[in-house]
Unconditional design. Structure first.
Length: 371
C-alpha cells in the first residue's frame, strides 16, 4: 500500500507547494507520486553538459500579481530581475512584442507625437466588432487586419493547430496591447526569476522529513493501492482520472530542439517569435533571464504538436462543454476528500504565480478542515 495523511499526484508547483504547507504547518505526512523522473513539473530546469542552466519544457516567465505569493516563495529562493523581452520576426525584421508604440511606428513606418495620435490611428484600422466571439474577432476589433495577419494569425494556427476564429477570445486576450513603449513581455511590475533556478526552489520546499517522493511512478497503475488519511490532491488531467467518461479533452503539446553555441549570446533578447516563417513558433535563449556567466549558451526551438504531454488546454466551446461535465464529477469527489488543482486539473491556462496562489488558497481552505 501507498499510505500517507496526504497523497499528492504530481510534483509540479501545486504538488510541491501543498506538500510543503501540509508537512510544515500541520505536521502531516505527505506522499508525492510523480510519473516523470524529476520534480517541478514543466518549470523544471537543469544544467546541460556545458553547465548552462536551461528550461527543459519552455521558458517560464515568473511575475507576481500578489505580493503574498512572492513573499511565500522568497522562503525558498533568492531572486534576480526577470528581464523578459520578446521580439516578433515579421518580414525579415524584429519587432517588439507584445504590440507597443515602437512596434506600430516601425511596422507602419510612421511617428506618433502623442499616445492619443497612436490610438486614433489604430481606431481607423480596427474593425467594429462590439462583442468579439473568438480570437480572430478579438484582435481585429483591437488592431485591425494588418497587424492580425502579420503578427497573430499564422502564429496562432501553428501554436494551436486551429484557426483563430475557432478559439476562445481569451487566448488572444492574454497578450497585452500597449500604447506606450514598455518593452517587457508581461505587464506586471513585480517580475523576478529564482536566482538558482526553479528546480532548486522546489527542492527546498520538499526538504522535510514528513514528505516522501516517488518519482517514475504512474498513479493510474497504483491507484488501487493508495490510502490517504486526510485527502488526495490530484493535479493531472480530469478526463483520464474519470476514465474518459465524457471522452478526451483536447490539449496542445510541444516538442523541443536544443542547440549549444560557443558564444555568450546568439539573440539580443530571450525570445524571438516566428509567426510566418518555419515550423517552430519561437526560439528561446533563457540565458538572458538566468544571467549566467558562461562562454556557452543554448537555444531552444519549440514545435507545437497534437501528440505528447498536455501543455495547453484548447479553449473553445466544444472543450469547455466537455470540461463542464467533468467539473460536476470533480465537485462530487470532494465528498471523498479528493481535490483537483492546477492547469491540467482545472483545464485552464494559469501563469505559474497564479497556480501557486491557487495552491496556497486551497491549503488555507483545507487547513481549517484538517487542523
Amino acid at each position: 500500500m501507498y499510505k500517507a495523511d496526504v497523497i499528492i499526484v504530481g510534483a509540479g508547483p501545486v504538488g510541491c507547494v501543498l506538500a510543503q504547507k501540509f508537512s510544515s504547518e500541520l505536521n502531516l505526512s505527505c506522499l508525492i507520486i510523480e510519473k516523470r523522473g524529476h520534480i517541478a513539473g514543466n518549470c523544471y530546469d537543469e544544467k546541460n553538459k556545458k553547465g548552462v542552466l536551461y528550461h527543459k519544457y519552455g521558458p517560464h516567465y515568473l511575475r507576481f500579481k500578489n505580493k503574498k505569493t512572492y513573499k511565500y516563495l522568497s522562503n525558498f529562493t533568492e531572486w534576480i530581475p526577470g528581464d523578459y523581452i520578446v521580439k516578433s520576426f515579421v518580414e525579415k525584421k524584429l519587432y517588439p512584442f507584445p504590440i507597443n508604440l515602437d512596434t506600430l511606428e516601425s511596422f507602419f513606418n510612421t511617428k506618433f507625437k502623442t499616445k492619443k495620435d497612436a490610438i486614433n490611428f489604430i481606431n481607423r484600422k480596427k474593425i467594429n466588432i462590439k462583442n468579439p466571439k473568438n480570437s480572430e474577432e478579438f484582435i481585429l476589433s483591437k488592431l485591425g487586419y494588418e497587424i492580425y495577419e502579420k503578427f497573430y494569425k499564422n502564429y496562432t494556427i501553428k501554436q494551436w493547430g486551429i484557426h483563430p476564429k475557432k478559439l476562445s477570445k481569451s487566448i488572444a486576450g492574454r497578450v497585452p496591447i500597449r500604447f506606450n513603449r514598455n518593452p517587457y513581455y508581461v505587464n506586471e511590475k513585480f517580475k523576478f526569476t529564482p536566482k538558482n533556478g526553479f528546480t532548486k526552489m522546489f527542492e527546498k520546499m520538499l526538504n522535510n522529513k514528513n514528505i516522501k517522493l516517488n518519482l517514475n511512478t504512474d498513479f493510474f497503475k497504483i491507484r488501487n493501492k493508495i490510502k490517504y488519511n486526510k485527502c488526495l490532491i490530484y493535479t493531472g488531467t480530469p478526463d483520464k482520472f474519470f476514465n474518459y467518461k465524457y471522452k478526451k479533452l483536447n490539449w496542445r503539446s510541444l516538442k523541443f530542439k536544443f542547440k549549444i553555441f560557443k558564444k555568450k549570446f546568439v539573440q539580443k533578447s530571450v525570445q524571438y517569435n516566428y509567426p510566418n516563417n518555419f515550423k517552430f513558433t519561437r526560439k528561446v535563449e533563457i540565458k538572458h533571464v538566468t544571467k549566467q556567466k558562461s562562454s556557452f549558451t543554448v537555444i531552444s526551438k519549440e514545435y507545437p504538436d497534437s501528440k505528447g504531454d498536455p501543455y495547453y488546454p484548447i479553449i473553445n466551446d466544444q472543450n469547455l462543454n466537455k470540461f463542464n461535465k467533468y467539473k460536476k464529477l470533480i465537485d462530487e469527489v470532494e465528498n471523498q476528500n479528493i481535490f483537483f488543482e492546477g492547469r491540467l486539473a482545472q483545464y485552464k491556462y494559469f501563469n505559474t504565480d497564479e497556480v501557486i496562489e491557487r495552491a496556497l488558497n486551497l491549503f488555507n481552505i483545507l487547513k481549517k478542515k484538517y487542523k
